[in-house]
Every structure is written in structure tokens, then in C-alpha cells.
Write a protein that binds this ligand. Structure first.
Ligand SMILES: [Ca+2]
Length: 722
């Protein structure tokens, strides 16, 4: 294996270079690809010979992290040398105004560099950022750079992006490829081996081979233009991916990226030391900015939080990488994590919604829908099930022994001390980096007049500690914390009221409190209150069966992104109101359809072609189970038999809201449709006995006629209750 001969190159350096000379930098970035999908990192399904060759000749980084798991959070981090959370830019995708001085290409220009970018940028920088971000650069083609001027060039390969996998199983779109599902040797352990998960993976691997061809073209071009001798090359993916639960999530598959650095002989002395071609130090996307400055023998700009991984001003490795996620499309489900490659902790701050919050882009991917369909069919009870269930506040993984992050050790007594230690470290990282990601989107956009949240917080000395404490309390609130949450719901600061409301929703959603504080109604109905605070409190009212108020509110506010994201995440609690809501929406979209599915009114199969939003209106009209004038659910519960009138699919159904007010002891005995008995099973060993301590434990009821597939029928559904 050919390796850099550092000693020889150091000699060359001593013989002839001028101190004023600067290296060129070329960053070749592709999309949405985890490190272990390249053969240099051990993948055995495909070969990526061009990537591997460059890795052999350069340095292979085995612990590189993109910090954020989607394009714009990761690229925001990259371009500023700062954690995107520090400037509130970790929301994918949201314009965030920050000083121009934060973008390292601008600063390199001041040091005599010309800068070039071709392809995607997606830096979350400013209003109209798709246009304005190009202004950071001098052009798109480094070959236009004068030979005696150093350049920074950034080139993007797009074809490994998730959008190439979404909805491409139809019309032969996957016919032309070099990898098929049968070729796939292995899959991350957290994923089920369903047909379409495997096929998506195979198709992505096919695209990675195309990237490898593109890489060769880029290297040939550099050589042909005579600039290879003076150019340091970095090759990486903008974040991990691209299977369900990776892109958008801070598990290793979402944030660990392939990274190689190649140093031509002239600059080999700047490579990381003592590496034998492999560097296992933790590298973050925030490190790129400082690293370019170090390689150009320049001082690190003061705002940068990363460390120079090599070069004249190389800094010592960090103890851990900081990881963050904010949203899945409109779903605000923030999480933070740190990893030191031995252990990893993830802290989820909203524990009501599922980790796999359904969203309109990623759910175009066949693998996502396939996984969820199998789960809804009751096929999983283990690590393949947790993704669709409400999140655990803390996740803790032993990465050395469980690289697939399949066993959450957070509640294992044997790990209690270690978990506490990592919790403390993570709390420290949130504070030390002044993380602004705890502001919901509308507060970031509107609360601080015309100021960016970063400027406002910096200039006013905003009490972020109070925000962190409120979010942490909300994430793990128990009944004993209700009084404290109520105090915080009275806070003059909107962001504190938001997190206190999230905590109260957690208490009510998980049945940790019986009575609902009147403050919930107050915050829900105050029209001057922030929309996200009102949304959260209406979700709490939904848990309290205040259906008509909730319908009114969401019908009026469904055009708001946050409302759109939050309401469908209420799952089967939507059952009493979903049809009524749907009928009242002025515009139907993925999320209005999604809530009907979660409510059990239309079967999950409806999602498969979600471009077709036409749902049989007769079904919806007849599904009116909510009459805000006359239905009294309490009265219903006192009957031993009650009726859910209307027309139903015999498919996936959920009945939790109605049952939440039932007596403690009950069991579901028989379901009938038009007089025919149906048999239901999700978890046969548990039968249908209700657990009085967890009366809301039933998530999915799949009705089938014996010996038949789920089918559509009409008539009254009767539920008999002991
Ligand atoms: Ca990407």
C-alpha cells in the first residue's frame, strides 16, 4: 500500500518552497452517504476504486462527524467553522442572518485567495440564500483562477442525494443500475431487512459508484490543469445516509461521514502527524474552517469553534463530537448528543412524538413506507419497533459493542454512573456552545423584531440557562414537576412558556397527571399568545378530550407550518376529531392525509401514492364521529356497548381517545362489522386485556376477516366493553 513518505516531502519543503506560497484547497463533497458505504471503510457490496486510491495515497479519517444530519445544518456548520446551533441555523431549512465575516471563504478572500463553488451550497445563511450564497464566492470554476493566486474550490456531487431514491420504484426508473437488493451484504442493525429497505440501499449504492466515477473526473481535471501539485484535497459527504432513520437523525448512520484528505508531496508536511495514512481522531464539520486557515499558515478567526485538524496551527483533538437535530420538515423534535466513539448519548427534548415523525419528503422513500407498514402490521416488538413509538428522553449506546445503536442502555442500572457522567457532559456542551436551537421557529423569526436570534441573544445577554433548564425539565417531567412547570408557564418569556407547555403535554400525554391545570386553557385560547405555545397547549387539550376546541383551532391554523407538523403526531388520539378536522381544512396535503391515517380512518396503504391526495370524500363525510353540539364522550363511556357510527375501512385503526376515559378494568372482546366477527391481533400473548396502569398502550388494531387481507367495508363498527 502506497503511503505518504513524510520525511522525503519535508526535505523537499526545506529545499525550495517560499514561505509566502499558499496551497490551494479543493473540497469534493457528495451527498447523504455514511462512511461504511464505501469500500475504503469496509463495504463489501460495492467497490469505490477511485475513492479508495485517494484514501491510500492520503489520510483516511475514521471518526468524522457532520455535526448536523441534514444538508443545511451540516453545511451551515461547515461554512462558518461554527456549530449551526450557536447561530440558530440548525433548522433544516431556514434562513439565518449572520455576519458575512462568519463565512470562511470571505475571510480567505481577504488573505489573497480566490474562491469557487459549483453545485449545491445550502448554507442557511440569509434571506433568499439560494441566490445570495453564491455571492460569497468569486466564481464557479477554479480553472479561471490566475496561476499565481491560491484558490479555494468546493464542488458538489448531487446524485447520491435522497431525492434520487424517493419514489423511483415506479415505471422502471430503477431498471438501469449496477447494484440490486440481492447484492447487498449487510445492513445497519437498527434496520429491518424489508424488501424496499434493501432495494433503496442497493439503489443508493449504485449511485455511490457513480460518485466514484465523478471523483475520478474531478481528480483528472485537477491534474490536467496543472494544479494538482499545489492542491490539498478533501473528499467527504455532507452528512450520513441514506436509509430510513439515518439522514435527519443523529445516530451514527446520520452523522458519521467518510472523509479523506490528500496532500501533494509539496504540502505533505502539513498532514496530520504519525498517522500511517489513517487518522482516528474525532473530526467535526466545524473543524474545516479552522483547518484551512491552519494549512494556509493563518491565525484562526476568533468566531470559529472548530479545531485545526492539521497544518501549522494544528490543535489537539476534542474529547467528543457535538451532534444536533432540530426538525423533520415541520416537525420540531430537537435532540442533542455527544459521542467520543466509545459511548454516545442522545437527549430528546420532546418525548411525546415518535422518533420517526412522518414527513412529506422522506416518506416518499419506499423503504420508509415499507418499514412503517410492517410495523403497523404488528411485525416488530424490538429495536425495529422503537422508531415509531414515543421517544425515550435519554438514549445511551455502547458504540464499540453495539455500533448499530440497537440497545438503549440509559435505564440499565449497570450504566447509571456512566449515563450521568455523559448527561453532565452533554449539558455542559449545550451551555458552552451557547446553543440557540431551543427556540422554536416562529420565536426565532419574529420575537426579536428585525434582529437575528444570535444577535439578540448576544447583545442582550439573554438568559439561556433558564431556557436550557426549562427544556431539560420538559423532557423528563414527572408528576412531581407539575407545580414547577406551572410556574414556568407564567413566565414572561415566550420560549420558557413553550418548554413548560411541552412538559405539561408530556405529563398529560403519558397520563402522569389526572387534572389539567387551567393554565393550559389560558395559553391555548389567548389569541395574543405565540402560535407554537398555543399549538402545544391545544395538543394537551386533545389529551383531555376537549375535542371541539381543538378542531376549531387547527382548522383555523393548519396553514401554519408548526401546527401542520404537530397535530398529525398526536397519533391515535386524533381519532375523534380527524374526520371533522379533515373536512374543515381548506387545503389538503400530506399532513392532513397523515392525520387521517394516524387516526385509523383510512388505511396506511393510502400513503403509498401520497401525491394522490384524493380520499374518498364519501368515506370522510360518513366518518363524522364528532358532533360538537351533542356528543358527550363521558356518557358514551358509561354504556357497556357503544357505537362508532360511520363508514370505516377495515384496515388500520386506533381507538385510544375514546377509551382513555373508560373505567380501569375493561377488555376488548369482539369487534364486528355488519354482524361479522373480526379477529384482531397485534401482540397475541398480551390478549386484549386493558392494563389499568397504562390504558393507552394500544397503538394499532388491525382488523381482518379470517383468512383475508385487510379490506374496505362499510357499516357500523361495534365495540363491546365489559
Ligand atoms: Ca445532503
Amino acid at each position: 500500500m502506497k503511503r505518504i513518505q513524510i520525511l522525503l516531502f519535508c526535505t523537499l519543503w526545506a529545499l525550495g518552497l517560499q514561505a509566502s506560497e499558499k496551497p490551494n484547497f479543493l473540497v469534493l463533497m457528495f451527498e447523504d452517504t455514511s462512511d461504511d458505504y464505501l469500500s475504503a471503510f469496509g463495504n463489501t457490496t460495492i467497490k469505490t476504486p477511485n475513492f479508495d486510491k485517494l484514501a491510500d495515497e492520503g489520510i483516511l479519517f475514521t471518526n468524522a462527524y457532520s455535526n448536523g444530519p441534514q444538508c443545511s445544518p451540516a453545511r451551515s456548520t461547515f461554512i462558518r467553522g461554527m456549530y449551526a446551533t450557536t447561530v440558530g441555523a440548525e433548522w433544516h431549512r431556514m434562513d439565518v442572518a449572520t455576519p458575512d465575516d462568519f463565512f470562511f471563504p470571505r475571510l480567505l478572500q481577504r488573505e489573497g485567495y480566490k474562491t469557487y463553488l459549483s453545485g449545491k451550497h445550502d448554507f442557511n445563511t440569509s434571506k433568499d440564500h439560494w441566490k445570495n450564497e453564491l455571492k460569497i464566492f468569486d466564481g464557479t470554476d477554479y480553472t479561471q483562477c490566475p496561476a499565481d493566486v491560491p484558490f479555494y474550490g468546493q464542488y458538489n456531487f448531487f446524485d447520491t442525494h435522497m431525492s434520487r431514491i424517493t419514489d423511483t420504484r415506479k415505471d422502471g426508473q430503477r431498471d438501469d443500475r449496477t447494484v440490486i437488493a440481492d447484492d447487498v451484504d449487510s445492513l445497519d442493525a437498527y434496520l429491518p431487512h424489508t424488501q424496499w429497505v434493501m432495494d433503496d440501499h442497493a439503489y443508493h449504492l449504485h449511485k455511490i459508484k457513480l460518485f466514484d466515477d465523478w471523483l475520478k473526473g474531478q481528480l483528472d481535471k485537477l491534474e490536467a490543469t496543472g494544479r494538482a501539485d499545489n492542491t490539498i484535497i478533501f473528499v467527504t459527504s455532507d452528512h450520513g445516509g441514506c436509509l430510513p432513520g439515518s439522514k435527519g437523525y443523529i445516530r451514527e448512520a446520520g452523522v458519521e461521514v467518510p472523509l479523506i484528505a490528500y496532500f501533494p508531496p509539496k504540502w505533505a508536511h502539513l498532514a496530520p502527524v504519525n498517522t500511517e495514512g489513517i487518522c482516528s481522531e474525532i473530526v467535526e464539520f466545524a473543524d474545516f474552517g479552522p483547518t484551512f486557515f491552519s494549512l494556509a499558515a493563518l491565525d484562526k478567526p476568533a468566531h470559529m469553534q472548530g479545531r485545526a485538524i492539521c497544518g501549522e496551527n494544528r490543535e489537539e483533538p476534542k474529547e467528543y463530537a457535538y451532534l444536533y437535530k432540530a426538525n423533520q420538515a415541520p416537525n420540531f423534535i430537537p435532540a442533542r448528543g455527544i459521542t467520543d466513539t466509545q459511548y454516545k448519548i442522545i437527549w430528546n427534548y420532546n418525548t411525546v412524538f415518535p422518533s420517526g415523525a412522518r414527513q412529506d419528503f422522506q416518506w416518499k422513500m419506499p423503504g420508509y413506507r415499507d418499514w412503517e407498514a410492517h410495523w403497523r402490521n404488528g411485525e416488530y416488538t424490538d429495536m425495529h419497533s422503537y422508531f415509531f413509538e414515543p421517544m425515550q428522553t435519554i438514549e445511551f449506546y455502547d458504540l464499540k459493542n453495539d455500533p448499530g445503536e440497537t440497545v438503549n442502555l440509559a435505564n440499565d442500572p449497570a450504566y447509571a454512573i456512566l449515563v450521568q457522567e455523559y448527561k453532565d457532559k452533554l449539558k455542559g456542551a449545550v451551555r458552552q456552545t451557547k446553543d440557540l436551537g431551543f427556540f422554536p421557529q416562529s420565536i426565532r423569526k419574529t420575537q426579536f423584531s428585525s434582529k437575528a436570534v444570535y444577535d439578540y441573544v448576544t447583545e442582550t445577554g439573554f438568559d439561556m440557562e433558564a431556557v436550557y433548564e426549562a427544556a431539560e425539565l420538559a423532557s423528563m417531567a414527572e408528576a412531581k414537576d407539575a407545580a414547577r412547570l406551572m410556574d414556568l408557564m407564567n413566565s414572561p418569556e415566550t420560549v420558557i412558556r413553550y418548554w413548560a407547555s411541552v412538559g405539561m403535554l408530556r405529563l398529560r400525554f403519558h397520563n402522569k397527571i389526572e387534572a389539567l391545570p387551567s393554565l393550559v386553557n389560558k395559553l391555548a385560547h389567548n389569541e395574543d399568545e405565540n402560535i407554537e405555545v398555543r399549538c402545544i397547549n391545544h395538543c394537551t387539550l386533545l389529551c383531555d378530550a376537549q375535542f371541539c376546541e381543538v378542531v376549531d383551532f387547527f382548522r383555523t391554523n393548519m396553514t401554519n407550518d408548526y401546527c401542520k407538523g404537530i397535530i398529525h403526531n398526536m397519533g391515535d388520539r386524533l381519532r375523534p376529531i380527524a374526520a371533522e378536522l379533515y373536512k374543515g381544512f381548506k387545503k389538503q396535503n400530506f399532513y392532513t392525509k397523515s392525520l387521517l391515517i394516524n387516526a385509523g380512518i383510512v388505511p396506511y396503504e393510502e400513503l403509498i401514492d401520497h401525491s394522490n391526495l384524493t380520499i374518498d370524500s364519501a368515506v370522510i363525510q360518513a366518518s363524522d364521529t364528532l358532533d360538537c353540539q351533542s356528543v358527550n364522550t363521558t356518557e358514551l363511556m358509561e354504556e357497556t356497548t357503544f357505537y362508532l357510527p360511520g363508514t370505516f375501512y377495515v384496515g388500520t385503526g386506533t381507538f385510544r381517545p375514546e377509551f382513555s376515559r373508560m373505567p380501569d378494568k375493561y377488555s376488548f372482546q369482539v369487534f364486528s362489522v355488519n354482524g361479522q366477527r373480526l379477529f384482531a391481533s397485534r401482540n397475541p400473548e398480551h390478549g386484549w386485556a386493558g392494563d389499568p396502569n397504562e390504558p393507552l398502550c394500544i397503538w394499532e388494531l388491525k382488523y381482518r376477516l379470517p383468512g383475508q387481507k385487510p379490506q374496505r367495508t362499510s357499516g357500523k363498527v361495534m365495540v363491546f366493553v365489559d
